[in-house]
Design a protein around this ligand. Structure first.
Ligand code: APR
Length: 231
C-alpha cells in the first residue's frame, strides 16, 4: 500500500495571505529571529514576543485555506493509501480545509504552553505577559510554538512515518531549517520516491527525484488530481 508523507512549509499558506519567512520582504526581513523566535528573546522581552505572535495569530485567524490545502485534505480523505501531513506551519489552514490528521512539528498559534508545568491549552486571541497557567497558576504562559534552539515536536512519530514512506513530498518550504530539511534524505533511505513542489527550487532541490515549480494553488491540485485520474 502506498504511504505518502507530505511536509508543508510557509509557501503553501502564502496564497492565503500569510507571509513566508525567507522570501523578499518575509517575516525574517522584518523581525530579528533572536528577538522573537528564541527562548532567550522571550526571557529578555516577553512583551515583544507576545506582540509578534498576537499579530500573527490575528492574521492567521482571518486567513482562509486555499486550493492547495483543500487538495491535500481531499488526498488524505479519498486516496486508497495512507497520507500523513507534517507541517512546519503554525497556522491551522490544513485543519480548516478539512484535513483530519496533521502533525504540527513547530507547534501552533492556537496553543499556549506553560513553561513551568508544560500544561497546554487553547490560546486566547491575545496573550499577555504573566498570564497564569490554568493548571498550576504560574505566570509563565508562552505561545506553543517551537523556537530556534528547541526540539521540534513529534519527531519519533515523524521518523517512523518516514521509515515507512513510499512517497515523500515537500511543499512550499525553502529547505533551510533542520531537521525538516533532512526528511528527504530519511525518505530516500527508506526507498521512497521524492518530489518537491515549490515556487522556485529549494536549497535541497537536487536531492529530490522530481521538482515541480509554480504557485502551490496551481501545482498541488494538479499533482493531487494525478492520484485520482485513470492511468
Ligand atoms: N507556492 C509555492 N511555494 C511558495 C509560494 C507559493 N505561492 N510562495 C513562496 N513559496 C516558497 C518559497 O520559494 C520558499 O522556498 O515557499 C518557501 C518558503 O520558505 P520559508 O520562508 O523559509 O518557509 P519555511 O521553509 O516554511 O520555513 C521553515 O523556518 O523560521 C522557521 O519556524 C519557521 O517553520 C518555519 C521554518
Amino acid at each position: 500500500m502506498e504511504k505518502i508523507v507530505i511536509l508543508t512549509g510557509a509557501g503553501i499558506s502564502a496564497e492565503s495571505g500569510l507571509g513566508t519567512f525567507r522570501d523578499e520582504g518575509g517575516l525574517w526581513a522584518q523581525h530579528r529571529i533572536e528577538d522573537v523566535a528564541t527562548p532567550e528573546g522571550f526571557a529578555r522581552d516577553p512583551a515583544l514576543v507576545h506582540q509578534f505572535y498576537n499579530a500573527r495569530r490575528m492574521q492567521a485567524a482571518k486567513a482562509q485555506p486555499n486550493a492547495a490545502h483543500t487538495a491535500l485534505a481531499r488526498l488524505q480523505k479519498d486516496f486508497t493509501g495512507e497520507v500523513v501531513i507534517v507541517t512546519q506551519n503554525v497556522d491551522s489552514l490544513h485543519e480548516a480545509s478539512g484535513a483530519e490528521r496533521v502533525i504540527h512539528m513547530h507547534g501552533t498559534l492556537a496553543g499556549a504552553l506553560c513553561r513551568a508545568c508544560n500544561h497546554r491549552w487553547a490560546s486566547p486571541p491575545e496573550m499577555a505577559v504573566g498570564e497564569p497557567c490554568p493548571a498550576c497558576a504560574a505566570p509563565t504562559a508562552r505561545p506553543d510554538v517551537v523556537w530556534f534552539g528547541e526540539m521540534p515536536y513529534h519527531m519519533d512519530a515523524i521518523y517512523d512515518h518516514l521509515s515507512q514512506a513510499t512517497l515523500f513530498a515537500a511543499i512550499g518550504t525553502s529547505g533551510q531549517v533542520y531537521p525538516a530539511a533532512a526528511f528527504v534524505h530519511e525518505a530516500l533511505q527508506s526507498g521512497a520516491r521524492t518530489v518537491e513542489l515549490n515556487l522556485e527550487p529549494s536549497t535541497g532541490a537536487s536531492s529530490f527525484d522530481k521538482v515541480i515549480l509554480g504557485p502551490a494553488t496551481e501545482t498541488v491540485p494538479r499533482w493531487v488530481n494525478g492520484f485520482f485520474s485513470p492511468r
